[in-house]
Design a protein around this ligand. Sequence first.
Ligand code: URP
Ligand code: ZN
Ligand code: ZN
Ligand code: ZN
Length: 468
Amino acid sequence: MGELLFTGGTVVTAEGSYRADVLVENGSISAVGASIGSDGIETVDASGLMIMPGFIDAHTHMDMPFGGTMTADDWATGTEAAAAGGTTTIIDFALQEEGGTLAGAFDAWTEKARDRAVIDYGFHVAITDLRDDIKAELPSLAAKGVASVKIFMAYKGTPLYTEDDDLFETLQLSKDAGVLVLVHAENGDAIAKLQQQALARGDTAPKFHALTRPEAVEAEATNRAIRLAEVAGAPILVVHVSCAPALEAIHLAHERGQTVYAETCPQYFAFEYEDLAREGFEGAKYVCSPPLRDPSNRPALWNGLKTGDLQIFGSDHCAFNYEGQKELGKDDFTLIPNGIPGAEERAMTLWTLGVREGKLSENQFVAALSTNQARIYGAYPRKGTLAPGADADIVLWDPELSTTATVDNRHGNVDYTPYEGRSFTGGPAAVYVRGNLVYKDGEVVGERGSGRFVERKFTATKGLEVRV
Ligand code: URP
Ligand code: ZN
Ligand code: ZN
Ligand code: ZN
């Protein structure tokens, strides 16, 4: 591959914004500067656009078995949806099968991604059964370029659910292995009990998904996980923080100086509890965990993103069709597969509701979508920045691009979008992965199978040092 020069745009990184050209050579950035000579070089006119590092989405579920079915997006359609939202790397959850090993999860996910991914990718391995052989195997993950594992404190009654003793030991082992532990923090026991009680009363509609997962069950588990990490002396990352009480536990940990990373997601800003209570069975389209909350939580979440208590913004893209999948729970909300699509809408939501509304700067936007993700998950500085030596993963962001989401213009493989009719201002005009154009003006043009595995290496950064 030859040279490519992006001219006339404004470079926007986590650190600042300035007018500069960006030179790409052989898939890497070779220079960022005010006036790079363009003689004989193919140029891309970025006038009126922002040149940003490609976005990283470290929370996706492609081709994953869950709730008795498989997620609707595989690695082709799921990464195409992500690319259409400006994402150039995803980090997806490879699930340890019942009776299976961590290497088995890695191999299975490698197979799913190979020949399909249009953007780069890595894996977290979700540990679902911490047998003795898995304890012995865990340290081998780092050498495979897997810098993170995941534990589910929720979903009691499914193979994902993990008790505190195994969470605690995973934290201890991971600390020694140089691996970061991610937690889905909700109290699985309390939820299971509340669900049983609701069903016994005949409360079967989608809204009871939220009513049986109150904010306090998330806050309790968040605090418990953080305190167990403190005892283990391990860093921890709390995914999909949805409400102020859970964030409060994270804030208090930061005040104590504990290394706690935390993520929030677009659905907690775009939607709310009332969406679950929509007429008929429409609410099923909004079932995800933790559930959609009362909008009164939003000021705290925005503040968390601004102050750095929440460092990253991931999609938790976990798509299921309405027909045949969400419908599994028509008579029992506990059977509705949990999850909604959002990889395509992640950045547009954060720009429209966050940057345009003055809640975040454009640099904080880049930090939450790209730079902090790369730093925390151990892909920096190859990913997450625009600097010589970095992969030429580039988003040409049009701050005024006006789009309206509808199921027909989505790039994923889902028969509905929760964002139906939603208008965004700001979006990607073009997206490049290692210098290759993968998306332009509404069309995904990247080749399936061109995405590459990104080896990551976790280095604990004190939680507050990743603040922007
Ligand atoms: O509802 C959700 N979030 N589904 C995906 C699995 C998970 O808990 O992240
Ligand atoms: Zn989760
Ligand atoms: Zn704080
Ligand atoms: Zn998830």
